[in-house]
Design a protein around this ligand. Structure first.
Ligand SMILES: Cc1cc2nc3c(=O)[nH]c(=O)nc-3n(C[C@H](O)[C@H](O)[C@H](O)COP(=O)(O)O)c2cc1C
Length: 265
């Protein structure tokens, strides 16, 4: 429900224009929410009001942070920060403390999600034997795919078979799996956006991360040995997976990528 502080509201109409569902209209007594059941709880109406005149039960003001108290990051620093995120494939042995991982995940939950559906929960796998098992069964799956001629992972499979090198989780001490309800239409997208936030924030915490695409692919394919090891709650599916740990080496330079390709029409 939308609550309006009549004394503060100047009827500027900003809340009516920014509501993504278009359900806030200006009435005689200021803004009104016409179709509360269509509110997606994005919090925009409360967060944008210059007069702090609105509150919304779905996204209460007392849970919002006053941005005026924080400096806005300058573009150059932001660009360098975003380019600093790299995939880490060599990790120190020590595990990341629970408090640090909670701090990390607490930012991951702010990523965009389809119609603000969110719906994600996360599982941290950190038992060394379990992690070894995840690598083992994922390599088995990669080998099966290769034998069936569906993909060619011969090199990775041979390296693992001959040397035991962890070609899947790269020796990371922890694996974070995002899960979404099986019936959430954009669950996997939500998971990927969330883990993208996680990867970026990890850089700021001095952590290294890397997408565990093989693990995710294997889980998406429903490969039973992996499904059993992951042991997800029945109604949930893997929506993305990222390894995490302290990087063994730090990058000294930013790399270039393909040149920008953009068209205006
Ligand atoms: C969806 C996705 C899946 C990926 N899966 C893996 C993976 O299984 N193993 C791995 O070492 N890197 C994986 N990567 C990392 C990419 O190889 C990496 O992002 C790319 O080489 C660019 O390097 P950078 O992340 O350091 O910029 C994955 C990346 C994405 C986006």
């Amino acid at each position: 429900m939308l609550k309006v502080n009549q004394e503060n509201c100047v009827n500027c109409g900003i809340c009516t224009r920014i509501c993504p569902s278009g359900i806030i209209k200006n009435g005689e007594n200021g803004p009104q929410m016409l179709l509360p059941q269509a509110c997606i709880a994005c919090g925009h109406c409360v967060a944008i009001c210059p007069q702090a005149a609105l509150d919304n039960d779905n996204t209460p003001m007392n849970k919002q942070v006053d941005l005026e108290k924080f400096p806005v990051i300058d573009p150059r620093t932001a660009a360098i920060f975003m380019r600093s995120r790299r995939s880490t494939r060599s990790y120190r042995k020590e595990q990341v403390k629970k408090e640090t991982l909670l701090e990390l995940l607490n930012i991951a939950r702010f990523a965009p999600s389809a119609a603000n559906s969110q719906g994600l929960s996360y599982i941290v796998y950190e038992n060394p034997e379990l992690l070894k098992g995840i690598t083992k069964v994922t390599v088995d799956w990669l080998e099966e795919m290769t034998q069936k001629g569906l993909r060619n992972y011969k090199g990775l499979v041979n390296t693992y078979r001959k040397t035991g090198k962890d070609v899947v989780l790269r020796g990371a001490p922890q694996l974070i799996v995002a899960t979404a309800p099986g019936n959430l239409p954009n669950g996997r997208d939500n998971g990927h956006f969330s883990l993208t936030y996680l990867e970026l924030y990890a850089t700021a915490l001095g952590l290294g991360t890397c997408w565990a695409g093989f693990v995710e692919g294997c889980a998406q394919a429903g490969y039973q040995p992996l499904i059993e090891l992951l042991n997800l709650p029945e109604d949930r599916k893997v929506a993305g997976a990222v390894m995490v740990g302290y990087p063994e080496y730090t990058f000294k330079r930013l790399v270039d990528k393909n040149p920008l390709n953009v068209t205006w029409r």
